[in-house]
Ligand binder design. Structure first.
Ligand code: AMP
Length: 412
């Protein structure tokens, strides 16, 4: 099936062709016809499946088919995304696929000055892409009015919940007109997410693509059993010995992301870190340098890496294994994009052994073990209590102390 057969209009077809896209991806083929009919949609799909075009294209087409008569200054489309990077990429998709249409679009997110955003909005936009926090700020200050929104998209709803945006999302939704077309996308559908969907959607069509395991099958995966104290040495030796051209490294904390980036830089490896504590301009710069190949390595936390749209990542390295198996799938899905080959290496210490077991259970695959100089049989064989991180009270006493002390002095 081609985009033409999906009855996409001439201008949008031209923009798609310019991008080299003629055949819709499975989610596009399933979602576009339903969305063109005006149906609400629940899309279960992760980044990399072409889900952005699956909603941008039909929304653009419906906007063209029914040009706005009244209130030309107010947004007709609202898209909420959990991270700045993802929001910026969605906005870029409206620019790309709407190249030959007269559509005004903009993106707003926190971490940068609000004045330029307010100015753009006051001139009038058709499409507003936003992260929840900044949008709510601007709404409360009276800069954004949502009463004319006809199309509402909530993207990566599971991450919205993970990141604690659920209350902001609810407040925003409460200000939307009840007559609207709503689209809801999530990579996973735990019960809380399903509950949220049921409050937003009206008789939705459900579209699910690429169950997570199939994405996983495209990636060559290896696990390195290693003690925590040897992870740095193992990482350096891998990066120095092998031809790893474009490497995304995941750590569990921001602090560790910084530490790893610094370590690599000290060894002459071009690396930078992105995480929530970095300014927007620093994150944009690091992503740009990674994309262009100036940086060989980008170190990221799960949240910062969400929505990174870089096609040629050769290797993903899990410096730490995530405590949720689903995050592993998201992480390694950053490589092997668009049919390319990709490789994922995971470092597994004794106290991460159960995380690895969870991953293997979810993906229904056994990950190949790589023998190496720092191999730890203790990590490989860990079971019971030693296969999990120590409970927080014992492990985090030092780091817990200062916030507690702060709140005590505040109370006083
Ligand atoms: P997404 O899942 O929206 O992040 O898209 C993943 C990647 O697929 C992006 O780089 C898109 O530009 C690309 N893409 C989207 N639709 C198509 C298509 N029909 N054919 C080829 N690539 C596409």
């Amino acid at each position: 099936m081609s985009f033409k057969e999906l009855k996409i209009n001439e201008q949008i077809l031209r923009a798609l062709t310019k991008e080299g896209y003629t055949i819709p991806t499975p989610i596009q083929a399933k979602a576009i016809p339903e969305l063109l009919k005006g149906k609400d949609l629940m899309g279960i799909a992760q980044t990399g499946t072409g889900k952005t075009a699956a909603f941008v294209v039909p929304i653009l087409q419906r906007m063209c088919a029914e040009p706005k008569q009244c209130a030309p200054k107010f947004p007709r489309v609202l898209v909420l995304a959990p991270t700045r990077e993802l929001a910026a990429q969605i906005d870029q998709s409206f620019a790309t696929y709407g190249k030959f249409l007269k559509i005004r679009h903009t993106v707003i997110f926190g971490g940068v000055g609000q004045m330029p955003q307010v100015k753009t909005i006051s001139r009038g936009v058709d499409v507003l892409v936003a992260t929840p926090g900044r949008l709510l700020d601007l709404m409360n200050q009276g800069h954004v009015h949502l009463k004319h929104v006809e199309f509402f998209v909530l993207d990566e709803a599971d991450r919205m919940l993970d990141m604690g945006f659920i209350h902001d999302v609810r407040k925003i939704v409460a200000r939307l007109p009840s007559r609207r077309q709503s689209l809801f996308f999530s990579a996973t559908m735990p019960s809380q997410v399903a509950k949220l969907a049921s409050t937003l959607l009206l008789n939705p069509v459900r579209v699910q693509v690429a169950p997570q395991a199939t994405t996983v099958e495209l990636v060559e995966q290896h696990v390195f059993f290693v003690d925590q104290e040897n992870k740095d040495k193992l990482l350096i030796s891998l990066l120095q010995q092998q031809h790893l051209t474009s490497v995304l490294i995941f750590t569990r904390t921001k602090h560790r992301a910084n530490k790893v980036a610094k370590l690599l830089a000290s060894k002459g490896i071009k690396a930078d870190a992105i995480h929530g504590n970095k300014s927007q301009s620093a994150r944009t710069k690091a992503m740009g340098q990674f994309r262009s190949g100036v940086l060989q390595v980008l170190v990221a936390t799960d949240i910062a890496a969400r929505g990174i749209d870089i096609d040629n990542i050769s290797h993903v390295i899990n410096y730490d294994l995530p405590n949720e198996a689903e995050s592993y799938v998201h992480r390694i899905g950053r490589t092997a994009r668009a049919g390319a080959k990709g490789t994922a290496y995971s470092f597994c210490a004794a106290d991460e052994r159960d995380f690895l077991r969870d991953v293997e259970k979810l993906t229904r695959m056994q990950i190949t073990v790589k023998e190496h100089k720092y191999h730890s049989a203790r990590a490989k064989d860990a079971t019971g209590k030693s296969a999990r991180p120590a409970p927080k009270q014992q492990r985090g006493q030092r780091s817990n102390r200062s916030p507690r002390r702060r709140s005590f002095s505040r109370r006083r």
